[in-house]
Ligand binder design. Structure first.
Ligand code: GDL
Length: 449
């Protein structure tokens, strides 16, 4: 089974050192593949017709060598989907030139990407193909045949409808996926991200439906730890929402992680654990990941590292795309409970417990923040710095507010302006735009009210 990482996100691509570090983690996690597919490499996508120059080819060869030295397979990517005319002889020749360049240099494992484009057959192709899927399958089958001319080749295809939502809910109802399933060479693997682009959960039932329509088990492209879609979040918690019953239904599991390479140790460690451990338990898995991660938090001065409980706190703060970690979740629930009334009773046991946990959390985050500034690995520090900054500021402010409530302010008295942080509440374009739309009490989207 294909397992590992795809560098497949939007945004600044990784450096050579970052890639090799990630390869080490993939290897240590018992996985076997590194896929090079940054959206930032213009020769993968926007300028797919233009071959790499010699220096770029040498960089790719060096990465392949680094991967192979670690026992990993190295795949390259090509995404001609933005503007190709599938039936155009000139475009086919440009594609062949790219394939020949790659194959000639020994790159015969290729990911063909057709993601993030409209699912519409271009006008110019309608005389030759009767569907978008037929045009793409023709291209992919051709690519596999061409790459195979000089040796064994493999192709993974990322479809334009790559999740349940894009396929209209039920994958079996998608004409696009049905035609792909029929026409794609059976040797070609197909990527799938689950019911959503970022799937909170994936079920066996869903994957069985995908397998049926595609006539092959999909390779999961897991965006669970990706964060390129939200500048405010990073995911350092364990893989979750995926049971082990999925594994017989997939041909591979590839994770597309956070943009910040250093933040991905837990993502890769726990994905490897999920794939390997029959009794996978996210909380056990993250505890193990934290132990193995801690040596990277070596302090620049003196001996030692950031204490393991603070590394665990870092994971808890920046947990998963749909959940904060258990400690943060419990703290928020406790505070929400006591803050449901305007004047909580400072003498009540509930208030005391909730306030004490908030202060303990703030104190721990302050310690974590300071310790992180002192670590040797500056890339690791920077991977989390802005997120930690926000966490610290918000917690400090909340403590000030709760301390004011704890002092038992008189009825009608207001939280003093001096205690609030000036210009503090989230501002800017994103907030202004989100504010236009109403929200439900649980923070969801309430379009109709
Ligand atoms: C996507 C993109 C991917 C991006 C991810 C998360 C796929 C197949 N494509 O739509 O490049 O990183 O979402 O934002 O997932």
């Amino acid at each position: 089974m294909l397992t590992g990482v795809i560098e497949g996100f939007y945004g600044r691509d990784w450096t050579r050192d970052e890639r090799v570090t990630v390869m080490d983690w993939v290897r240590a996690a018992g996985m076997g593949t590194y896929i090079y597919g940054p959206k930032d490499d213009v020769h993968v996508r926007a300028r797919w017709r233009v071959p790499y120059d010699a220096a770029a080819m040498a960089r790719l060869a060096d990465l392949k060598e680094a991967a192979e030295a670690r026992g990993l397979g190295f795949w390259v990517s090509l995404a001609p989907c933005l503007d190709i005319t599938y039936s155009d002889a000139g475009d086919r020749a440009a594609l062949d030139a790219r394939l020949d360049q790659l194959a000639g240099a020994g790159f015969r494992d290729l990911v063909l990407l057709f993601d993030d484009i409209p699912s519409v057959l271009p006008e110019a192709d309608r005389a030759r193909f009767d569907s978008f899927a037929a045009a793409q399958a023709d291209l992919a089958n051709h690519a596999l045949a061409r790459l195979s001319e000089g040796g064994a080749a493999r192709v993974i295809f990322c479809p334009t409808e790559y999740c349940g939502r894009m396929a209209g809910g039920d994958p079996r109802g998608s004409a696009y996926l049905r035609v792909l399933g029929e026409k794609l060479d059976p040797a070609i693997e197909v990527f799938w991200t689950g019911p959503e682009i970022v799937s909170e959960t994936i079920t066996a039932e869903h994957l069985a439906a995908v397998g049926e329509v595609l006539r092959r088990r999909p390779v999961i492209w897991d965006n669970f730890h990706a964060n390129d879609y939200d500048i405010r979040r990073v995911h350092a918690g364990p893989l979750g929402g995926r049971g082990r019953d999925l594994l017989p239904l997939v041909a591979g599991w590839i994770t597309n992680p956070n943009n910040e390479a250093e933040a991905n140790f837990p993502a890769i460690h726990t994905t490897g654990a999920y794939l390997a451990d029959e009794g996978y338990d996210p909380e056990v898995a993250i505890a193990r990941a934290v132990e193995d991660w801690e040596p990277r938090f070596r302090l620049a001065y003196g001996n030692g590292t950031v204490p393991v409980e603070l590394v665990a706190l870092l994971c808890d703060l920046f947990w998963q795309p749909f959940a904060t970690g258990p400690r943060v979740t419990a703290m928020i629930a406790g505070l929400r409970g006591v803050l449901a009334v305007e004047r909580p009773d400072p003498a009540s046991a509930e208030w005391k417990a909730a306030f004490a946990e908030l202060v303990a959390m703030k104190t721990a985050v302050n310690r974590l923040f300071v310790a992180m500034t002192e670590i040797e690995n500056r890339a690791l520090f920077h991977a989390f710095h802005q997120y930690l900054w926000e966490a610290q500021e918000e917690l400090n402010h909340l403590v000030t507010y709760c301390a004011w409530l704890d002092s038992g302010p008189a009825e009608g008295e207001r939280f003093p302006a001096e205690a609030r942080i000036h210009n503090f509440y989230r501002r800017g374009l994103g907030v202004a735009l989100q504010d236009i739309m109403r929200r439900t009490e649980d923070g969801g989207f309430a379009h109709a009210t």
